[in-house]
Design a protein around this ligand. Structure first.
Ligand SMILES: NC(=O)c1ccc[n+]([C@@H]2O[C@H](COP(=O)([O-])OP(=O)(O)OC[C@H]3O[C@@H](n4cnc5c(N)ncnc54)[C@H](O)[C@@H]3O)[C@@H](O)[C@H]2O)c1
Length: 329
Protein backbone atom coordinates (compact mmCIF):
# COMPACT_ATOMS: atom_id res chain seq x y z
CA UNK A 1 0.00 0.00 0.00
CA UNK A 2 1.00 3.59 -0.58
CA UNK A 3 -0.97 6.58 0.61
CA UNK A 4 -0.79 10.27 -0.04
CA UNK A 5 -2.52 13.52 -0.75
CA UNK A 6 -1.10 13.78 -4.29
CA UNK A 7 -1.54 17.54 -4.24
CA UNK A 8 -0.95 17.29 -7.22
CA UNK A 9 0.53 13.93 -8.32
CA UNK A 10 4.12 14.40 -9.54
CA UNK A 11 7.19 12.48 -10.73
CA UNK A 12 8.16 11.64 -7.10
CA UNK A 13 4.79 9.95 -6.58
CA UNK A 14 5.16 8.18 -9.90
CA UNK A 15 8.56 6.88 -8.82
CA UNK A 16 7.17 5.76 -5.43
CA UNK A 17 4.29 3.89 -7.05
CA UNK A 18 6.44 2.39 -9.84
CA UNK A 19 8.98 1.24 -7.22
CA UNK A 20 6.16 -0.38 -5.22
CA UNK A 21 4.61 -2.02 -8.32
CA UNK A 22 7.97 -3.54 -9.20
CA UNK A 23 8.57 -4.68 -5.62
CA UNK A 24 5.22 -6.33 -4.86
CA UNK A 25 2.43 -8.22 -6.67
CA UNK A 26 -0.64 -6.07 -5.97
CA UNK A 27 -0.46 -2.39 -5.15
CA UNK A 28 -3.27 -0.43 -3.52
CA UNK A 29 -3.04 3.35 -3.62
CA UNK A 30 -5.02 5.36 -1.05
CA UNK A 31 -5.74 8.90 -2.23
CA UNK A 32 -6.51 10.82 1.00
CA UNK A 33 -8.12 14.20 0.28
CA UNK A 34 -9.81 16.88 2.37
CA UNK A 35 -12.35 19.37 1.08
CA UNK A 36 -10.33 22.38 2.29
CA UNK A 37 -7.24 21.46 0.25
CA UNK A 38 -6.42 23.64 -2.77
CA UNK A 39 -7.02 21.07 -5.55
CA UNK A 40 -10.32 19.18 -5.84
CA UNK A 41 -10.05 15.70 -4.31
CA UNK A 42 -12.13 13.96 -6.98
CA UNK A 43 -9.77 15.35 -9.63
CA UNK A 44 -6.69 14.03 -7.78
CA UNK A 45 -8.35 10.60 -7.49
CA UNK A 46 -9.17 10.73 -11.22
CA UNK A 47 -5.56 11.59 -12.08
CA UNK A 48 -4.18 8.73 -9.96
CA UNK A 49 -6.57 6.23 -11.55
CA UNK A 50 -5.47 7.36 -15.00
CA UNK A 51 -1.77 7.23 -14.03
CA UNK A 52 -2.00 3.75 -12.49
CA UNK A 53 -4.74 1.84 -14.33
CA UNK A 54 -3.43 -1.56 -13.18
CA UNK A 55 -3.49 -0.66 -9.45
CA UNK A 56 -6.39 -0.56 -7.02
CA UNK A 57 -6.89 3.14 -6.34
CA UNK A 58 -9.18 4.08 -3.41
CA UNK A 59 -10.45 7.56 -2.62
CA UNK A 60 -10.58 8.39 1.13
CA UNK A 61 -12.38 11.61 2.03
CA UNK A 62 -12.82 11.21 5.82
CA UNK A 63 -11.87 14.37 7.69
CA UNK A 64 -9.42 12.72 10.12
CA UNK A 65 -6.42 14.17 12.04
CA UNK A 66 -3.44 14.73 9.77
CA UNK A 67 -0.53 14.43 12.25
CA UNK A 68 -0.08 12.48 15.52
CA UNK A 69 0.04 15.64 17.67
CA UNK A 70 -3.55 16.52 16.62
CA UNK A 71 -5.20 13.58 18.40
CA UNK A 72 -4.12 10.97 21.01
CA UNK A 73 -6.07 8.38 18.99
CA UNK A 74 -4.26 9.28 15.78
CA UNK A 75 -2.78 5.84 15.11
CA UNK A 76 -5.93 3.76 15.87
CA UNK A 77 -7.90 6.18 13.67
CA UNK A 78 -5.51 5.66 10.76
CA UNK A 79 -5.32 1.89 11.36
CA UNK A 80 -9.13 1.66 11.08
CA UNK A 81 -9.25 3.98 8.08
CA UNK A 82 -6.69 1.98 6.12
CA UNK A 83 -8.26 -1.36 7.05
CA UNK A 84 -11.72 -0.14 6.05
CA UNK A 85 -10.28 0.39 2.54
CA UNK A 86 -8.18 -2.82 2.65
CA UNK A 87 -10.17 -5.33 4.70
CA UNK A 88 -7.80 -8.21 3.79
CA UNK A 89 -4.96 -6.39 5.55
CA UNK A 90 -1.70 -4.87 4.40
CA UNK A 91 1.62 -6.67 3.91
CA UNK A 92 3.90 -3.81 2.90
CA UNK A 93 3.76 -0.04 3.46
CA UNK A 94 5.80 1.93 0.90
CA UNK A 95 6.60 5.57 1.71
CA UNK A 96 9.37 8.15 1.60
CA UNK A 97 8.27 9.52 5.00
CA UNK A 98 9.35 8.49 8.48
CA UNK A 99 5.70 8.00 9.46
CA UNK A 100 5.71 4.92 7.22
CA UNK A 101 7.56 2.97 9.90
CA UNK A 102 4.94 3.57 12.61
CA UNK A 103 2.05 3.19 10.15
CA UNK A 104 3.40 -0.22 9.10
CA UNK A 105 3.74 -1.22 12.74
CA UNK A 106 0.09 -0.44 13.63
CA UNK A 107 -1.03 -2.33 10.51
CA UNK A 108 1.11 -5.41 11.35
CA UNK A 109 2.91 -4.77 8.07
CA UNK A 110 6.50 -4.23 6.95
CA UNK A 111 7.78 -0.74 6.11
CA UNK A 112 9.63 -0.33 2.80
CA UNK A 113 11.35 3.09 2.65
CA UNK A 114 11.61 4.33 -0.95
CA UNK A 115 13.50 7.63 -1.26
CA UNK A 116 13.28 9.62 2.01
CA UNK A 117 15.95 12.08 0.78
CA UNK A 118 13.91 12.65 -2.39
CA UNK A 119 17.15 12.74 -4.31
CA UNK A 120 15.98 10.79 -7.36
CA UNK A 121 12.95 12.98 -8.13
CA UNK A 122 13.70 16.25 -6.32
CA UNK A 123 10.23 17.78 -6.31
CA UNK A 124 7.26 18.29 -3.99
CA UNK A 125 3.58 19.15 -4.39
CA UNK A 126 4.23 22.54 -2.81
CA UNK A 127 6.95 23.35 -5.36
CA UNK A 128 4.59 22.48 -8.25
CA UNK A 129 1.71 24.49 -6.83
CA UNK A 130 3.99 27.49 -6.30
CA UNK A 131 5.69 27.37 -9.68
CA UNK A 132 4.31 24.81 -12.12
CA UNK A 133 6.14 26.36 -15.08
CA UNK A 134 9.60 25.94 -13.47
CA UNK A 135 8.78 22.36 -12.44
CA UNK A 136 7.11 21.32 -15.68
CA UNK A 137 9.32 18.25 -16.21
CA UNK A 138 8.07 16.76 -12.93
CA UNK A 139 4.37 17.12 -13.83
CA UNK A 140 2.88 13.88 -15.22
CA UNK A 141 1.17 13.97 -18.64
CA UNK A 142 -2.18 13.24 -16.98
CA UNK A 143 -1.91 16.40 -14.84
CA UNK A 144 -0.38 18.80 -17.36
CA UNK A 145 -3.56 20.13 -18.90
CA UNK A 146 -4.53 21.47 -15.44
CA UNK A 147 -1.49 23.76 -15.36
CA UNK A 148 -1.12 24.38 -19.08
CA UNK A 149 -1.33 27.94 -20.38
CA UNK A 150 -3.62 28.14 -23.38
CA UNK A 151 -3.09 30.79 -26.01
CA UNK A 152 -5.60 31.35 -28.80
CA UNK A 153 -4.61 33.06 -32.06
CA UNK A 154 -7.77 34.88 -33.10
CA UNK A 155 -8.90 37.14 -35.91
CA UNK A 156 -10.03 37.53 -39.53
CA UNK A 157 -8.77 35.64 -42.56
CA UNK A 158 -5.37 36.34 -44.04
CA UNK A 159 -3.84 38.01 -41.00
CA UNK A 160 -1.06 35.43 -40.53
CA UNK A 161 -2.73 33.32 -37.81
CA UNK A 162 -1.45 29.93 -39.00
CA UNK A 163 2.11 31.10 -39.58
CA UNK A 164 2.21 32.94 -36.25
CA UNK A 165 0.81 29.90 -34.42
CA UNK A 166 3.51 27.60 -35.85
CA UNK A 167 6.26 30.19 -35.27
CA UNK A 168 5.23 30.68 -31.63
CA UNK A 169 5.14 26.92 -31.01
CA UNK A 170 8.66 26.62 -32.44
CA UNK A 171 9.91 29.57 -30.39
CA UNK A 172 8.46 28.19 -27.12
CA UNK A 173 9.46 24.61 -27.96
CA UNK A 174 5.95 23.26 -27.76
CA UNK A 175 3.11 21.93 -29.94
CA UNK A 176 0.22 23.77 -31.57
CA UNK A 177 -3.31 23.05 -32.74
CA UNK A 178 -3.92 23.79 -36.41
CA UNK A 179 -7.11 25.31 -37.79
CA UNK A 180 -9.16 22.15 -38.19
CA UNK A 181 -11.53 23.74 -40.76
CA UNK A 182 -8.71 23.60 -43.34
CA UNK A 183 -8.16 19.83 -43.60
CA UNK A 184 -11.93 19.32 -43.30
CA UNK A 185 -12.92 21.80 -46.03
CA UNK A 186 -10.04 20.85 -48.33
CA UNK A 187 -12.03 17.69 -49.00
CA UNK A 188 -14.88 19.91 -50.27
CA UNK A 189 -12.86 22.34 -52.39
CA UNK A 190 -13.14 24.89 -49.60
CA UNK A 191 -16.94 24.90 -49.62
CA UNK A 192 -18.58 25.17 -46.18
CA UNK A 193 -22.16 24.00 -45.52
CA UNK A 194 -24.08 24.49 -42.28
CA UNK A 195 -23.52 20.89 -41.01
CA UNK A 196 -19.76 21.53 -41.36
CA UNK A 197 -19.91 24.17 -38.60
CA UNK A 198 -20.37 21.62 -35.84
CA UNK A 199 -17.80 19.28 -37.45
CA UNK A 200 -15.27 22.11 -37.46
CA UNK A 201 -15.86 22.93 -33.79
CA UNK A 202 -15.78 19.27 -32.75
CA UNK A 203 -12.55 18.69 -34.66
CA UNK A 204 -10.96 21.84 -33.22
CA UNK A 205 -11.85 20.78 -29.66
CA UNK A 206 -10.73 17.18 -30.19
CA UNK A 207 -7.37 18.31 -31.61
CA UNK A 208 -6.88 20.68 -28.67
CA UNK A 209 -7.65 17.98 -26.08
CA UNK A 210 -5.45 15.43 -27.85
CA UNK A 211 -2.49 17.80 -27.96
CA UNK A 212 -2.79 19.33 -24.46
CA UNK A 213 -0.85 16.49 -22.72
CA UNK A 214 1.97 16.85 -25.31
CA UNK A 215 2.43 20.58 -24.76
CA UNK A 216 5.43 22.07 -23.00
CA UNK A 217 3.96 24.71 -20.62
CA UNK A 218 1.90 26.43 -23.30
CA UNK A 219 -0.44 25.28 -26.07
CA UNK A 220 -1.10 27.51 -29.08
CA UNK A 221 -4.43 27.16 -30.87
CA UNK A 222 -5.04 28.56 -34.34
CA UNK A 223 -8.64 29.80 -33.82
CA UNK A 224 -11.27 28.36 -31.47
CA UNK A 225 -15.00 27.65 -31.05
CA UNK A 226 -15.77 31.36 -30.57
CA UNK A 227 -14.33 32.03 -34.04
CA UNK A 228 -16.55 29.27 -35.42
CA UNK A 229 -19.64 30.97 -33.91
CA UNK A 230 -18.73 34.19 -35.74
CA UNK A 231 -18.29 32.42 -39.08
CA UNK A 232 -21.51 30.48 -38.57
CA UNK A 233 -23.41 33.71 -37.96
CA UNK A 234 -21.80 35.47 -40.93
CA UNK A 235 -22.38 32.62 -43.40
CA UNK A 236 -25.69 31.14 -42.18
CA UNK A 237 -27.24 33.66 -39.75
CA UNK A 238 -27.40 31.00 -37.01
CA UNK A 239 -25.12 28.73 -34.99
CA UNK A 240 -25.51 25.16 -33.63
CA UNK A 241 -26.12 25.19 -29.87
CA UNK A 242 -23.28 22.73 -29.24
CA UNK A 243 -20.81 25.15 -30.83
CA UNK A 244 -22.08 28.14 -28.81
CA UNK A 245 -21.80 26.06 -25.62
CA UNK A 246 -18.20 25.11 -26.48
CA UNK A 247 -17.38 28.75 -27.11
CA UNK A 248 -18.59 29.63 -23.60
CA UNK A 249 -16.92 26.64 -21.92
CA UNK A 250 -13.45 26.76 -23.49
CA UNK A 251 -11.34 29.42 -21.86
CA UNK A 252 -7.87 30.71 -22.73
CA UNK A 253 -5.23 32.38 -20.60
CA UNK A 254 -4.40 34.69 -23.48
CA UNK A 255 -5.97 35.59 -26.80
CA UNK A 256 -3.94 37.28 -29.53
CA UNK A 257 -6.24 39.33 -31.77
CA UNK A 258 -4.63 39.78 -35.19
CA UNK A 259 -5.35 42.97 -37.12
CA UNK A 260 -6.02 43.25 -40.87
CA UNK A 261 -3.16 45.73 -41.50
CA UNK A 262 -1.32 43.26 -43.78
CA UNK A 263 -1.84 42.43 -47.45
CA UNK A 264 -4.60 40.04 -48.47
CA UNK A 265 -3.37 36.64 -49.69
CA UNK A 266 -5.90 34.58 -51.64
CA UNK A 267 -6.46 30.84 -51.32
CA UNK A 268 -9.42 28.54 -52.03
CA UNK A 269 -10.91 28.93 -48.51
CA UNK A 270 -11.19 32.70 -48.12
CA UNK A 271 -14.28 34.88 -48.40
CA UNK A 272 -13.79 38.64 -47.92
CA UNK A 273 -10.86 40.24 -49.83
CA UNK A 274 -12.34 43.79 -49.76
CA UNK A 275 -10.67 46.10 -47.27
CA UNK A 276 -13.97 47.38 -45.78
CA UNK A 277 -15.21 43.87 -45.16
CA UNK A 278 -11.92 42.78 -43.61
CA UNK A 279 -12.01 45.76 -41.24
CA UNK A 280 -15.67 45.07 -40.35
CA UNK A 281 -14.83 41.43 -39.63
CA UNK A 282 -11.92 42.52 -37.42
CA UNK A 283 -14.26 44.82 -35.46
CA UNK A 284 -16.71 42.00 -35.06
CA UNK A 285 -13.94 39.73 -33.71
CA UNK A 286 -12.93 42.44 -31.22
CA UNK A 287 -16.53 43.03 -30.12
CA UNK A 288 -17.14 39.28 -29.71
CA UNK A 289 -14.07 38.92 -27.47
CA UNK A 290 -15.22 41.86 -25.34
CA UNK A 291 -18.79 40.53 -25.07
CA UNK A 292 -17.40 37.20 -23.92
CA UNK A 293 -15.04 38.77 -21.33
CA UNK A 294 -12.00 37.33 -23.10
CA UNK A 295 -8.88 39.39 -22.36
CA UNK A 296 -6.83 39.88 -25.53
CA UNK A 297 -3.69 41.52 -26.81
CA UNK A 298 -3.97 43.44 -30.09
CA UNK A 299 -1.33 42.20 -32.56
CA UNK A 300 -0.58 44.52 -35.48
CA UNK A 301 2.26 45.85 -37.62
CA UNK A 302 4.72 44.09 -39.91
CA UNK A 303 5.21 40.31 -39.70
CA UNK A 304 8.31 40.84 -37.54
CA UNK A 305 6.50 43.27 -35.23
CA UNK A 306 3.58 40.86 -34.88
CA UNK A 307 5.88 38.04 -33.88
CA UNK A 308 7.73 40.20 -31.34
CA UNK A 309 4.51 41.54 -29.81
CA UNK A 310 3.09 38.02 -29.59
CA UNK A 311 6.25 36.59 -27.96
CA UNK A 312 6.25 39.40 -25.37
CA UNK A 313 2.55 38.81 -24.57
CA UNK A 314 3.09 35.05 -24.16
CA UNK A 315 6.14 35.62 -21.93
CA UNK A 316 4.05 37.92 -19.70
CA UNK A 317 1.34 35.27 -19.56
CA UNK A 318 3.81 32.53 -18.59
CA UNK A 319 5.32 34.71 -15.85
CA UNK A 320 1.94 35.38 -14.20
CA UNK A 321 0.65 33.09 -11.47
CA UNK A 322 -2.39 31.23 -12.76
CA UNK A 323 -5.48 31.57 -10.60
CA UNK A 324 -6.31 28.34 -8.74
CA UNK A 325 -8.83 26.14 -10.47
CA UNK A 326 -8.80 23.68 -13.29
CA UNK A 327 -9.09 24.63 -16.91
CA UNK A 328 -12.57 23.81 -18.20
CA UNK A 329 -11.34 22.23 -21.43
N1 LIG B 1 2.33 12.63 9.33
C1 LIG B 1 2.04 11.43 9.80
O1 LIG B 1 2.61 10.97 10.80
C2 LIG B 1 0.99 10.58 9.13
C3 LIG B 1 0.81 9.30 9.55
C4 LIG B 1 -0.16 8.50 8.94
C5 LIG B 1 -0.90 9.01 7.90
N2 LIG B 1 -0.71 10.31 7.51
C6 LIG B 1 -1.53 10.81 6.41
O2 LIG B 1 -0.97 10.36 5.20
C7 LIG B 1 -1.53 11.11 4.14
C8 LIG B 1 -0.44 11.33 3.11
O3 LIG B 1 0.31 12.45 3.41
P1 LIG B 1 1.61 12.92 2.66
O4 LIG B 1 1.72 14.34 3.03
O5 LIG B 1 2.78 12.02 2.91
O6 LIG B 1 1.21 12.77 1.09
P2 LIG B 1 2.08 13.17 -0.18
O7 LIG B 1 1.15 13.17 -1.31
O8 LIG B 1 2.90 14.36 0.10
O9 LIG B 1 3.11 11.96 -0.35
C9 LIG B 1 2.69 10.67 -0.67
C10 LIG B 1 3.89 9.72 -0.64
O10 LIG B 1 4.81 10.11 -1.67
C11 LIG B 1 6.10 10.27 -1.11
N3 LIG B 1 6.84 11.31 -1.87
C12 LIG B 1 6.51 12.60 -1.97
N4 LIG B 1 7.40 13.26 -2.75
C13 LIG B 1 8.31 12.34 -3.13
C14 LIG B 1 9.48 12.40 -3.96
N5 LIG B 1 9.88 13.53 -4.52
N6 LIG B 1 10.19 11.26 -4.15
C15 LIG B 1 9.78 10.10 -3.58
N7 LIG B 1 8.69 9.97 -2.79
C16 LIG B 1 7.95 11.09 -2.58
C17 LIG B 1 5.85 10.71 0.31
O11 LIG B 1 6.99 10.46 1.12
C18 LIG B 1 4.67 9.81 0.67
O12 LIG B 1 5.14 8.51 1.00
C19 LIG B 1 -2.12 12.36 4.73
O13 LIG B 1 -3.53 12.28 4.69
C20 LIG B 1 -1.64 12.28 6.19
O14 LIG B 1 -2.58 12.82 7.10
C21 LIG B 1 0.24 11.09 8.08
Amino acid sequence: MILGKFLPPHAGHRYLADFARNYCDDLTILVCTLEREPIDGALRYHWMRRMFPDCRVVHITDDVPQTPDEDPNFWPIWRNLVLSAMPDGVDLVFASEDYGFKLAEVLDAEFVPVDPARELMPVSGTAIRENPMANWRFIPDEVRSYYLRRVCIFGPESTGKSTLTADLARHFDTVYVHEYARPLLNFKDGHCDYPDIERIARGQAAAEDALAPRANRVLFSDTDALTTTIWSDVLFGKCPEWVSAQARRRTYDLTLLLDVDVDWVDDNQRYFPEHDKRRAFFKRCKRTLEENDRPYVHIHGTWEERFERAVAAVERCLAQAKPAGASKH
